[in-house]
Design a protein. Structure first.
Length: 655
């Protein structure tokens, strides 16, 4: 990356929001405490993490080896220690807080249920005993394909309790995707449901399992089925078993299996550029420490908090900030089964009101979708118990941040904008709400113990705040992935090979401003190369969304014979989608608006208006699909995981 090839940052965002004095006065981490944590980590980062591991986790056998670098970059933490993750999340709270609500659940149809830590312990033990009765033992892989009900957390915790390695597959994935993951993990058991509720429809989970197992998946011995919707399903005698029939007969006590710190807690598959999913492998102790500690630091958890992370447990966010992090700290969580627009766009805010949510953590795509519906909808609900907001999944554009701050936070609540990945296990760059000044659109700085940098293609740091490069992590951390399941060479090549094992390479581009705050510019493969300039897609999208007519935007490039790449923007408007002359007029207006905001180089060559963007049910925009649409290519990608598959035809101009 020559000087001229560095990614340019041309989006001006100078608003700063210092920590609220009242919040800071009660926070776990204030300015002084943050400085102390950073100083300790700088002095001895291995000792820093080891001290937290001894202080925050419950060990059956204390460790003496903090970090084993002998096989770097396959780093190992706390190697000679033994613990159990389920014990840390449930058992250790029973004596003092057994009657505290652990899970507050609401189904999409409106049914509700509460589970105390004591009740959760009993349910986890019953299922753990069921798994053992089916022959599942330490190290066996169990695939979990469930709706977003408490049974998903119970299943994950039951696997952890007996030392089985779970692989949760998001309930929106197709039968083929499920099959690929089962076969790669050589799983022995699938835990699923007769169905789940999503978007006003029943998701036929058991049917997808049957299709996945129809041809292949020879390692699967049994299918355990939770009855959720009560509909008729196909049944294979000898293979299929009802969860409730076995659990009702099982004992409600199950001694935890004490496993070594590096024992694989779970596999979580993420898409790869080759098309073959990557089974990201996380270790028990290091992962738990990351999820636990970041829950305390970033969300400032207190005994009376009600924490709602809206992510499905099929994604890493749901693993870390639904199933493991909050429960390990003894915090009450909310689980909601369905979509944010059922029966209307007030559902998220109604859940917050009805369940007394104090900490709300969601995706920028959800915020923009709800922003599009207007301020009058959240105004109908009592959100006064909220005290902290968070975002996760992708960079949040400044205008959406401001809307979130003003409309939902009433200009008082901190917004914890987190950057991290499936591979990192826990949040890496984020503000600590009682100590860090907030900047709309910036994930601010690395948390204590995380050492990030921005480098050029040679691995040399880029000090210039106006230019971006590769975001890298310079030192290992406990929650990091250990390998790619069954393919360690791919692990080394994908995450470490670019700079000869010196750094973990995140795959994201970023720049760092004069105050040391990080701004994520997008994936490196999403960087636009326009007439010799390199632009981050996120900045162009943020410029578009700053226009009062625009609710959401996604920007991609397509080949251009003169400029190298042309900028194509897909735009979702507030109100009705413009057509005809109105669309032509708004397109001209938006192009000039971006030109004035960022400069002529960033002006989109083409703007397409649509009712929505192609998003997975987790809220991720499928940018690879948009690139194909922009190029006029035939869509051959799997669109079964989209929330609205029909939107593809509209974006391509065929509907």
């Amino acid at each position: 990356m020559s000087k001229d090839d560095k990614i340019q940052s041309v989006l001006g965002e100078n608003r700063v929001f210092p920590p609220d004095p009242g919040f800071a006065a009660r926070a776990r981490v204030n300015v002084q405490k943050l400085a102390e944590l950073r100083a300790a980590a700088e002095k001895d980062y291995v000792g820093f993490w080891a001290g937290l591991a001894r202080q925050e986790l419950s060990w059956q056998t204390p460790f003496t080896v903090a970090l084993d670098e002998s096989a770097a970059p396959n780093y190992r933490w706390f190697t000679d220690g033994r613990l159990n993750v389920s014990y840390n999340c449930i058992d250790r709270h029973l004596a003092k807080h057994g009657d505290r609500i652990a899970i507050r659940f609401e189904g999409e149809p409106g049914d509700t249920a509460n589970l105390s830590f004591r009740q959760l312990h009993a349910e986890v033990c019953r299922l753990a005993n069921v798994l053992k009765s089916l022959g599942i033992r330490k190290g066996d892989r169990v695939v979990i394909y469930l709706p977003m009900t408490p049974q998903a957390v119970i299943a994950m915790q039951a696997c952890a309790r007996i030392g089985a390695t779970h692989s949760v597959v998001f309930g929106g994935f197709s039968a083929q995707s499920l099959k690929d993951r089962i076969e790669d993990a050589s799983a022995r058991l699938v835990i699923t449901a007769d169905g789940g509720h999503r978007g006003g429809h029943v998701v036929e989970l058991k049917k997808a399992v049957d299709e996945a197992l129809a041809d292949g998946c020879k390692t699967i011995e049994k299918v355990l089925v939770y009855r959720r919707v009560g509909q008729q399903i196909a049944w294979q005698e000898g293979r299929d078993l009802w969860w409730h029939e076995l659990a009702d007969k099982a004992a409600d006590q199950c001694e935890p299996e004490w496993v070594e710190a590096e024992h694989p807690l779970f596999l979580l598959y993420t898409s790869g550029s080759t098309g073959k999913p990557k089974g990201i492998q996380h270790a028990s102790a290091g992962y738990l420490l990351g999820a636990h500690q970041t829950t305390q630091w970033l969300f400032d958890t207190r005994e009376d908090d009600v924490f709602w992370c809206t992510a499905d447990v099929g994604w890493i966010t749901g693993h870390s900030y639904v199933c493991y992090g909050p429960l390990s700290t003894g915090t009450t969580i909310v689980m909601y089964e369905g979509g944010p627009m059922v029966p209307d766009a007030g559902r998220f805010w109604k859940v917050c009101q009805d369940h007394g949510v104090t900490i709300f953590y969601t995706a920028p795509t959800a915020i923009r979708a709800l922003m599009k519906m207007g301020e009058q909808i959240p105004a109908r609900y009592d959100l006064s118990q909220l005290r902290l907001l968070g975002t996760v999944g992708e960079p949040i554009n400044p205008e959406a941040w401001i809307w979130y701050h003003r409309v939902i936070g009433k200009e008082k609540l901190p917004i914890v904008d987190t950057w991290w990945q499936t591979e990192t296990g826990a949040a890496m760059l984020a503000p600590l709400p009682g100590a860090t000044p907030l900047k709309p659109g910036s994930c601010t700085q690395p948390i204590p113990g995380i050492f990030a940098d921005i480098v050029d293609e040679h691995g040399d740091p880029i000090p210039d705040p106006d230019h971006g490069g590769y975001l890298v992590i310079k030192k290992p951390w406990p929650a990091m992935l250990r390998t790619i399941w069954g393919d360690n060479d791919r692990y080394i090549k994908t995450y470490w090979g670019q700079f000869n094992n010196r750094y973990y390479v995140a795959g994201d581009s970023a720049h760092r401003d004069a105050d040391g705050c990080y701004w994520i510019l997008g994936r490196m493969d999403d960087v636009l190369k326009v007439a010799g300039h390199r632009l981050g897609t996120m900045e162009v999208e943020s410029a578009l969304v700053a226009h009062p007519r625009v609710a959401e935007a996604a920007v991609v490039g397509r080949p251009h014979e003169i400029k190298g790449e042309a900028i194509v923007a897909f735009v979702i408007c507030r109100g009705q989608r413009p057509t005809g002359f109105e669309a032509e007029q708004l397109e001209r207006e938006l192009r000039e608006f971006v030109s004035k905001t960022m400069g002529p180089i960033a002006k989109p060559d083409e703007i397409r208006f649509a009712d929505n963007l192609p998003k997975t049910r987790s809220g991720k925009i499928m940018r690879r699909l948009l690139r194909s649409v922009a190029k006029g290519e035939e869509i051959t990608q799997d669109v079964s995981t989209l929330e609205n598959p029909a939107i593809v035809a509209q974006l391509a101009g065929k509907a």
